[in-house]
Design a protein around this ligand. Structure first.
Ligand SMILES: NC(=O)c1ccc[n+]([C@@H]2O[C@H](COP(=O)([O-])OP(=O)(O)OC[C@H]3O[C@@H](n4cnc5c(N)ncnc54)[C@H](OP(=O)(O)O)[C@@H]3O)[C@@H](O)[C@H]2O)c1
Length: 217
């Protein structure tokens, strides 16, 4: 079984995913800028989880999941770049620019996902996912009515993350090339607007229609 390192795994999304994956029996490394904080967060997850500084976590993890705020994306990727060549890096970044988080504001690269790929270079397989699920809902054991759109140019890598979503109790769906991640990143601002406009406690998205089991493209 592969080891998953969560960069910024002390935060809202990272901790919630880590908890679900640890519960499913996956080996998890929590990464943080502060190794002691990472160890404390890992201790709460049980025996199979460990905590270490982000760079060390990236070096030890086989699949790396980045869960840091948009403002910290560039610095966090630059810090782990030397340790992730040849690996899958799952970018969850939504380009939210407070205070206008209900307005779509994609970066000049087109999306946070494409920005991640340009920082890490072609020797790293970037997959982008988990943009539309609310962390505070994930932090519970409840069933969550939200599909996980998974983007990436490498179908096999996408498939690994579709399976990873299932380990968190979520339906992951192949959603095409990395460039398509702009759609899900943008949708999060729409969901935040809907939360506020209709007093929803974490609106999500679900794709309708009878989807075949594994996706064909
Ligand atoms: N929250 C959600 O519901 C949700 C849902 C979908 C997608 N997302 C996306 O997931 C990512 C993480 O969101 P979040 O809500 O989990 O964020 P968060 O809790 O605010 O931060 C996550 C972690 O990032 C690290 N971090 C914070 N500021 C940093 C900085 N300036 N430089 C480097 N690292 C920093 C911190 O870890 P250390 O201090 O331990 O290093 C922190 O625990 C974001 O891009 C967000 O858009 C969030």
């Amino acid at each position: 079984m592969k080891t998953f390192a969560i960069i910024g795994g002390t935060g809202k999304l990272g901790a919630a995913l880590a908890r679900r994956w640890a519960k499913a029996g996956l080996p998890i490394i929590i990464g943080s800028r502060d190794a002691a904080a990472a160890r404390a967060a890992a201790a709460a997850l049980g025996n199979r989880a460990t905590g270490m500084a982000n760079e060390e976590a990236a070096a030890h993890g086989e699949i790396i999941v980045l869960t840091v705020p948009f403002a910290a994306q560039v610095a966090s990727l630059a810090a782990i770049a030397p340790y992730v060549r040849g690996k899958i890096v799952v970018d969850t970044t939504v380009p939210l620019m407070p205070p206008k988080v209900m307005v779509v504001q994609l970066p000049p690269e087109g999306s946070a996902a494409l920005r991640a790929q340009s920082i890490l270079g072609e020797g790293v397989t970037v997959v982008s996912a988990f943009h539309n699920v609310a962390a505070h809902r994930l932090a519970t054991d409840d069933d969550i009515a939200c599909d996980i759109l998974v983007f990436g140019n490498d179908k096999a890598a996408r498939a690994e993350i579709v399976a990873l979503a299932a380990h968190a109790g979520l339906r992951g769906l192949h959603a095409g090339a990395l460039a398509n991640a702009a759609a899900a990143e943008a949708l999060t601002s729409v969901l935040i607007f809907l939360n506020r406009a209709y007093h929803v406690d974490g609106a999500g998205i679900q794709i309708t229609g009878a989807l075949s089991q594994n996706g064909v493209l």
